[in-house]
Design a protein. Structure first.
Lengths: 313, 313
């Protein structure tokens, strides 16, 4: 199948073509740009929701519930579970088949696990590209769930329109949360497992910390019990409210513009990196030897490669 | 102070100059290369130990204990606590002053919190550069501790010679650990808070998973109670054993060579990224507008910037 045909099939909503296209994004590589160009006119009409938090916080169960909620309104939904650290596609231990079993036969839901390490641009480039593919395929809501400890929660918040940070009762005090850098990326805090002791205290501590923050959007805090489906409607309302707030204040446009600018810069930088690795492989190996032997420092080595690239262009 | 003087003062072990140099690394930026060049001859003689794991796992307490252990042998020690997500230097809530109070007056210990987001190359470039600065300043053991959920545990394992992954009893089953991508980066598993119920089960589960892994170095599993100082000696022996294993099999050299190669590539790529942002700022803004308006796709925008950069070189 040539790239035009693949792009057209994705736009037509073909699930196998979409899965194949996500695999292309996962790998990065030379052919990707062409197909992304073909897809571009069909993109730009989804809303993306990032879901991050520590392992065991219940992110998968929450995502499954939110997918169910979005389906109530007949929205087309896509889920990407991104493992920023694993070099293995799909995740051997949590393949797509064991995930989201309740939606497995729903043609309005597309679910895909994705490794980002193969992509030269890493998560910061793979995530927005996956979003483009899925919205070209017709998804109206896209959930991006991070897997594992290597949350890369900042990259996720850069890549999506609303970021949910999932915490649990009893996970320690507010300082712990702040240490985690989560205050800065959360649009909405989700206190999951709210049927456990300490849920009210967790909400109160988060609220106390948020009161110290600047004006503007003050992150909502929603207590839920994802396993029982409790609090999902309230959470969905909070997501829609954050979306409305951003649209009203021109923030959604600004957020998406910043994302596009970053994406262009990433593409240019990663192409250059590929040139270093491929066109100047010999020089790079030689320079590496020199630095390891401490006859040269890394910056002078970079100078030499810069000069060689300029001559060859 | 000019850059030569700064480098010379770092090499002389001046603590204020070292702190200032780490601040330079934190910010990245144009002047950095020059000073790193000056420092280079004095680098290459430290051993670096990365400490990663979920928030609340007890990484700081463990680091403090390991510092104490290394000081028993009179080694010069440096600690960098890296927050890969925070844009704020030092961390407002966990400043250097509140960290490691027991070593605060020890002139053989240098402690510094560091944000990596300001550095164009991010953590992957900031971490090895911080290590260079600290070893130029005379540190023999360097502990790199990640802060927060955005562990970036892969980058940490890339940047150091031995990687400790800290887990706690009762944090869920082996699948959870594997989901977190931790099996791949751990040289040593530290089961901290081993005085709590479930420690033995945690060790057994980890061992079970490791038995499935390939040959070569099989990660050690050490149960400790950092708050009480229990198990620290055993852990230190495990670190030394891993160091010896790597040295014996030529793995340490290979690991450091790969690190240098990555570092050179990162410098070249980030310089190029800076060129895009600075030299082609107008074109980038214009291209961003075009992509936002969906008259152009990001790859075609990157093409235009590539062309402009080639013409201007």
């Amino acid at each position: 199948m040539n790239s035009d045909a693949l792009a057209q099939r994705v736009i037509a909503g073909d699930r196998r073509a979409t899965a194949r296209m996500i695999s292309l994004v996962e790998k990065g590589g030379a052919g990707l740009g062409r197909v992304m160009q073909e897809l571009h006119p069909a993109t730009g009409s989804s809303y993306s929701i990032g879901i991050t938090g520590a392992p065991g916080a219940g992110k998968s169960t929450l995502t499954e519930r939110l997918v169910g909620r979005a389906r109530l309104d007949n929205h087309h939904v896509a889920v990407v579970a991104i493992d920023p650290s694993s070099p293995f596609s799909g995740g051997a231990l949590l393949g797509d088949r064991v995930r989201m079993q309740s939606h497995a036969t729903d043609s309005g839901v597309f679910i895909r696990s994705m490794a980002a390490r193969g992509h030269l641009g890493g998560l910061s480039l793979a995530a927005p590209e996956a979003v483009r593919v899925l919205e070209a395929a017709g998804a109206e809501y896209i959930f991006i769930e991070t897997v594992g400890v290597g949350q890369a929660e900042v990259e996720i918040s850069d890549a999506c329109d609303t970021t949910l940070v999932v915490v649990n009762p009893g996970w320690g005090d507010a300082v712990q949360t702040a240490k985690a850098g989560l205050m800065e990326v959360a649009d909405i805090f989700v206190v999951n497992k709210a049927d456990r002791p300490g849920a009210r205290e967790a909400v109160r501590e988060l609220r106390g910390m948020l009161d110290l923050a600047d004006a503007g959007w003050k992150p909502a805090i929603v207590a839920i019990t994802a396993t029982k489906g409790e609090g999902i409607e309230e959470l969905w309302v909070a997501v829609e409210k954050h979306r409305g707030y951003q649209e009203e204040h021109g923030l959604l446009e600004a957020r998406r513009r910043a994302r596009v600018e970053r994406e262009i810069k990433d593409i240019v930088a990663e192409r250059h990196r590929a040139r270093v690795a491929v066109d100047e492989a010999e020089l790079l190996a030689c320079m590496t030897d020199e630095v390891v032997a401490r006859r040269l420092d890394p910056y002078s080595a970079a100078d030499a490669i810069d000069r060689a690239l300029n001559l060859s262009e």
